[in-house]
Design a protein around this ligand. Structure first.
Ligand SMILES: Nc1ncnc2c1ncn2[C@@H]1O[C@H](COP(=O)(O)OP(=O)(O)OP(=O)(O)O)[C@@H](O)[C@H]1O
Length: 595
């Protein structure tokens, strides 16, 4: 049972299909109406055959002109039916393809608008599979529902109507086929549904593991986890094989063979009933024609029924996929109320700010801080003290739990999205580079002129090395910027952040991975920016924020110390001083071991 709050996969899939096809409902109805016409024309064939037997064959009436008329009529009906069906199925194919295109675009667009909290829990492989594989399965669903199912149902209805017209009692006997076929399908579903669901689940697990191990290959190889991963993959793969085998066995047993047998049985029943009814006397001419028509209809009735049932195995998978796509689409998007606030100077006010990812486990507590426009603020603290979380709040990745976070006096939630993203730049810890040119990596899809891109690169200290690349700004940087040194990647990331002409620049340990020489280059680039925009920089390597106007020392989510480097160093047994001393010790150790 599914509660009203949790619609079944079937309902969710149907809702998705209908939503995507709705803009073309006119095409849909016209197509279905014409398919009904084609089915009617198809059903005409045996009626004409019956007329031929009854009127000309049995009475041995050689009325050639009439016979030719019937023959041409039958041929014409068949030909027109095929033509109409072809045209309408093409029309419906268009509806299906355009609907799937719409679904795929809306799924990807939706994923782009999901809040960052969603990605904390999302598994990349599964999400990728949802956007690509599952939408492909939805296409299959359209093809099955629109072409096979609806076409066959229309054909079935028209055949039954024609049979009722010829002999309603025989039609009732043939109708018994329908529950028998559905009985077989029900049995088939019962046997195979768990296997179908399990197969899909296992396949998505295989995908997820492949994606995970490829992205973490260095760690896998370094820790010798490859063997274990290989074994685990083989286990899942073997489960997948067995589950698919169960599915295929049910398929092989119940679908085609059982239904073919049913067809033969039904023919026997129709002929037997016919024979019994006529035991009193010889068959009249009229009944021979009807018998011919019925024998021909029984074959035609079972075909659409078989077609419908054959689709069921794929239909189940497609319904599950469509339901999953719909569930993803139901996932709440990031809350972006229409807001018109603009960032002007880059002043930040943090007022008794509390934040928790999960209720009851606060990560930031009662943080208060006023940052002036153009100020350079360093943020330091032991691991897990909440530095990145504070940055995430400044980036509006998560809503504030309690307290206030203002930019230029306006609550951060009331700022216009596009203006906010332009005004607040981020240089992340891991520079995320696209497999694209240097220019594209700086522009990131924004409409920027070459002059703006170059100005940003100059300001970031990246112009020099980009110009030396063989094709300058058009040089492809390889996957993840593979052809650049780590420091160069970081400079591109800074150029990218500056290209939006931000008022506030957030740096998340921007120099933690670079050597001292590159750090000096990055530091120089940042020094140039000093005073021109508000700089908020998280640092593990404390030398990078030594010159900051003020340094915030976070500890367990609270501001433990606040002040310039010299002030903080004067605090006896202060946390900052301890962190600096520890780092000096480790640098001396490094120097000693290097010497
Ligand atoms: N997305 C998340 N969901 C739930 N908890 C999180 C999430 N991100 C961080 N945390 C938790 O919040 C706390 C603060 O983490 P945060 O990353 O802000 O610390 P940090 O000072 O930046 O640490 P580091 O220097 O190691 O990066 C930690 O206890 C961490 O486990």
């Amino acid at each position: 049972m599914t509660s009203p709050g949790h619609p079944s996969p079937g309902h969710r899939a149907a809702a998705l299909l209908w939503r995507a096809a709705k803009p073309e409902s006119r095409h849909l109805w016209i197509g279905l109406a014409w398919l009904a016409v084609a089915a009617g024309l198809d059903a005409l064939g045996p009626v004409l055959g019956k007329a031929y037997i009854d009127r000309y064959l049995l009475p041995r009436d050689p009325a050639l002109a009439h016979i030719a008329g019937l023959l041409i009529g039958a041929l014409l009906a068949g030909w027109v039916a095929s033509w109409v069906r072809y045209r309408q199925l093409s029309r419906l194919a268009g509806v299906a393809m355009r609907s799937v295109r719409r679904i795929r675009e809306s799924v990807y667009g939706h994923v782009l608008r999901l809040p960052m909290s969603f990605f904390d829990k999302a598994i990349t492989g599964q999400l990728v599979s949802r956007v690509t594989n599952d939408t492909e399965a939805v296409k299959q669903l359209y093809v099955q529902v629109l072409f096979v199912m609806l076409d066959c149902l229309i054909m079935l209805a028209s055949l039954l109507l024609t049979m009722a017209f010829l002999d309603w009692r025989l039609m009732l006997i043939v109708t018994m086929l329908v529950p028998a076929v559905f009985g077989i399908v029900y049995l088939y579903q019962k046997l195979s549904a768990p296997a179908v669901a399990r197969t899909r689940e296992l396949r998505s697990e295989l995908n997820a593991q492949t994606a995970e191990s490829i992205s973490g290959m260095a760690v896998l190889q370094a820790t010798g986890a490859t063997l274990g991963y290989g074994d685990r993959y083989a286990r899942i793969n073997s489960d997948h094989y067995h589950s698919r085998l169960t599915e295929l066995r049910a398929n092989a047993l119940l679908l085609r063979p059982a239904l073919d047998l049913l067809n033969v049985a039904m023919l026997a029943v129709v002929i037997a009933v016919f024979g019994l009814r006529e035991t009193g006397g010889s068959l009249s001419a009229i009944e021979v024609g009807v018998l011919y028509a019925f024998v021909s209809y029984v074959g035609r009735v079972t075909e659409p029924l078989i077609q419908i049932t054959m689709q069921f195995s794929q239909l189940q998978q497609a319904i599950i996929a469509a339901a999953r796509v719909n569930t993803l689409l139901d996932e709440a998007e990031a809350d972006r109320p229409a807001a018109a606030g603009r960032v002007t100077d880059g002043a930040v006010t943090i007022d008794r700010l509390d934040f928790a990812y999960n209720p009851g486990s606060p990560v930031l507590r009662q943080v208060s801080l006023d940052i002036r426009p153009g100020e350079f603020i360093g943020i330091v603290g032991p691991t897990g003290s909440g530095k990145s979380s504070l940055l995430s709040l400044l980036l509006r990745f998560y809503p504030v739990t309690e307290g206030r976070l203002l930019i230029d006096g306006q609550p951060i939630a009331t700022l216009d999205e596009a203006a906010f993203r332009d005004a607040v730049g981020l240089v992340p810890q891991e520079p995320f580079l696209l497999a694209a040119s240097a220019r594209e990596n700086i522009a990131m899809g924004r409409d920027l002129s070459q002059a703006q891109i170059e100005a940003a690169a100059v300001a970031a200290g990246a112009h020099g090395f980009i110009s030396r690349l063989e094709q300058g700004y058009d040089t492809k940087l390889g996957e993840g910027g593979a052809r650049l040194a780590v420091g160069e990647k970081q400079l591109i990331a800074i150029a990218r952040a500056l290209a939006g002409q931000p008022r506030i620049l957030l740096l998340d340990e921007a120099t933690s991975h670079v050597d001292s020489e590159t750090e000096a280059v990055v530091q120089q680039a940042l020094a140039q920016l000093r005073g021109r925009l508000t700089l908020i920089s998280i640092a593990h390597r404390l030398s990078t924020i030594r010159d900051a106007d003020r340094i915030v020392v976070l500890n367990h989510g609270r501001i433990a110390e606040l002040g310039a480097h010299d002030e903080l160093m004067r605090i006896d047994s202060g946390l900052y001083r301890r962190l600096v001393e520890l780092q000096q010790l480790s640098t001396e150790d490094d120097a000693l071991s290097a010497g």
